[in-house]
Design a protein around this ligand. Structure first.
Ligand SMILES: [Zn+2]
Length: 333
């Protein structure tokens, strides 16, 4: 696969996956104001202590204490939104690149279980999104298991970690099963769509709209990071333009809800491999927010990258969104 051509060894891949998760994260309680402005954060990560120690054993640097990544009490205190979607990362265990053990399904299950245990501590405030690797034979089995444990949850898919190419008919068939099952159970899907193929973009979107979402019950689909892997650059703009072209061309599948989350897009600091926006970049982002329509955008931070209030203030001060606009994107689906 072409993936191996530009990612020759696994270490950089892990770092890039992890880029927006840990390395430059600086959420601190100092950022707290007494009144929380961001009431809902749709994109907050948690990882189990097992995952942290495994990645530490590979030499991945963690700049903060383990609790910031793994302890739900700490996450709720630092993030400080009233309600969050808590996003699991179990898909890393089924990736050849991120995990070397043979107990892949068991580790994925454990990671999803850890997510649910954490969410249960704040049942009124947390909606957990369990992780599935749609290419695994046990994908639907794990989805059913998680749905049985926690019906009020969502599904997280990461097409780079799982190396999903909708252009491959076998992949499309497998992903279709997961989408169909999620739709049947009314489980919202959070999709990290970007698989880093050089041609990723319009053709993948076309397949999603014309095939993947055809003939299944209505799905609530949240596309992470405005469609790419964080930051705001030519690739992000091309993805959004392609989406809007397809939508204008009547490819938008009836009945479904497709939202874009703005997490990790308005970067005011470099995050390893992804550049902070320039002043012009922030202005351009403002234009693209208007193009997408604020009603189609949902607030999210990619915590631990940012805390909710911290990112809310960036969107207000750097991007120039009004509090009214921010309130519109800052609501539970
Ligand atoms: Zn994320």
């Amino acid at each position: 696969m072409s993936f191996t051509i530009y990612c020759m060894n696994k270490f950089p891949i892990i770092l890039l996956l992890f880029t927006l998760l840990c390395c430059k994260a600086k959420p601190t309680p100092d950022n707290h104001s007494t009144t929380t402005k961001a009431s809902f954060d749709s994109h907050v990560h948690i990882m189990s202590p097992d995952l942290i120690s495994y990645w530490k054993s590979l030499g991945i640097p963690f700049s903060k204490s383990d609790a910031i990544y793994a302890n739900v009490d700490t996450i709720m205190e630092i993030n400080n939104a009233d309600h969050i979607n808590l996003i699991g990362m179990g898909y890393v265990f089924t990736s050849q690149e991120y995990y070397e053990g043979n107990d892949r399904y068991e580790r994925m299950q454990k990671e999803n279980n850890y997510l649910f245990e954490s969410a249960l501590k704040y049942p009124e405030q947390i909606t957990p999104y369990f992780a599935i690797d749609p290419l695994q034979d046990f994908a639907v089995e794990e989805l059913e298991r998680c749905y049985g444990l926690f019906p009020e949850s969502g599904v997280k898919l990461h097409f780079n970690a799982s190396q999903v190419y909708l252009t491959e008919p076998v992949h499309l068939e497998k992903v279709s099963k997961v989408f169909k099952k999620s739709a049947e159970h009314d489980l919202p899907i959070l999709l990290h769509f970007d698989n880093w193929h050089p041609k990723f973009g319009k053709r993948d979107l076309g397949i999603m709209m014309d095939t993947l979402l055809k003939d299944i019950p209505p799905v609530r689909l949240q596309i992470a990071h405005f469609g790419t892997s964080g930051g705001f650059n030519e690739k992000t703009k091309a993805f959004i333009d392609a989406f809007l072209e397809l939508k204008d061309g009547n490819h938008f599948p009836e009945g479904h809800q497709i939202m874009f989350d703005i997490s990790a897009v308005a970067l005011d600091k470099d995050s390893e491999g992804v550049e902070a926006l320039t002043d012009d970049g922030f202005k351009e982002l403002r234009k693209y927010i208007d193009k997408i329509g604020i009603e189609n955008i949902v607030f999210g931070t990619d915590y631990p990258l940012y805390a909710a209030d911290e990112y809310y203030n960036i969107l207000k001060e750097k991007v120039g969104l009004s509090e009214g606009e921010l309130d519109k994107m800052n609501r539970i689906q």
